[in-house]
Design a protein around this ligand. Structure first.
Ligand code: SAM
Length: 258
């Protein structure tokens, strides 16, 4: 596996720019360090709150039950982890993210929720980790979730192989990510919003237009539904399926470690 911190001489994309592979993780970290403080507010503003419905759809498909052990990669401020624990209070969730600033926001948010009981607190853990090199044993989790994270990873195939490695046989992979709108009229309106309006909101609210421009560009560089499903299969997963959300603005991909 390629060390993401190492300059291999290969190029990769960072939004619409080409950068040395070894630089991408640092650049992505910079984006999320910059947006961490306003991340949750911006998510609501940019999507009109729809990201909440997409995340609920993810939890519906996962249908967590009992003492399921879930690894939520690129878990950021904990949106997916909180929803899993709300649905399955006996679950154990590890939120793994490469960025300590995002995890700190998540920890604060969790404590601010007040109503959380101590038992549930003990079932939620946070760890600074790279999706490409998970510090977890083979076959150690029942489910692997990743929401709006995988497009930021330098080597997506390496992250998918890691997901497969840490899942127990019979374990579930579930990914929520922006995807491709196939309806041409809708795609045009969505492009207008994404490139002209969204970075401006980022500039006004988060005081960081560039980071929000990167986020939009990274969405457009991400493979479409079918291509990504093929990558999941290539990493060894079986019964791979996907569902479009909001006409393909986002998609859920599911796979199983057979
Ligand atoms: N999952 C959360 C959600 O849905 O609200 C956060 C998503 S946020 C758009 C993307 C997250 O991916 C950031 O917190 C970022 O730090 C994390 N990330 C980017 N590259 C990563 C990597 N290689 N390994 C782990 N996390 C990564």
């Amino acid at each position: 596996m390629t060390d993401p911190g190492q300059d291999t001489g290969n190029q990769t994309h960072f939004g619409f720019r080409n950068v040395p592979e070894g630089d991408k993780a640092r650049l992505v970290r910079g984006v999320f360090e910059s947006v961490a403080g306003s991340y949750d507010l911006m998510n609501d503003l940019m999507s009109g709150g729809i990201h909440r419905l997409w995340k609920s759809a993810m939890i519906d498909w996962l249908a967590p039950r009992g003492a399921i052990r879930v690894l939520d990669v690129a878990g950021g401020t904990g949106d997916i982890a909180f929803r899993i624990l709300d649905r399955a209070p006996q679950a154990e969730v590890l939120v793994a993210d490469i960025n300590a600033a995002m995890l700190d926001q998540g920890r604060d948010r969790f404590l601010d929720r007040g109503a959380i009981d101590q038992a549930r607190l003990a079932r939620l853990n946070w760890a600074c980790m790279d999706a490409e090199k998970l510090a977890l044993p083979d076959r150690s989790v029942d489910a692997y979730t990743i929401a709006f994270g995988i497009r930021n990873v330098t080597h997506i195939d390496a992250a998918l192989r890691e997901a497969h490695r840490v899942l127990k046989p019979g374990g579930r992979f579930l990914c929520l990510e922006f995807s491709t709108v196939h309806n041409p009229a809708l795609a045009q309106a969505y492009d207008l919003y994404s490139f002209s309006i969204l970075p401006k909101i980022g500039g006004l609210v988060a005081k960081d237009e560039d980071s929000y421009r990167y986020l939009v560009e990274s969405i457009r560089r991400f493979p479409d539904q079918q291509t990504f499903a093929g990558m999941i299969r290539a990493a060894g997963f079986g019964n791979v399926q996907y569902r479009d959300l909001s006409f393909g603005i986002a998609a859920l991909h599911s796979g199983w470690r057979i």
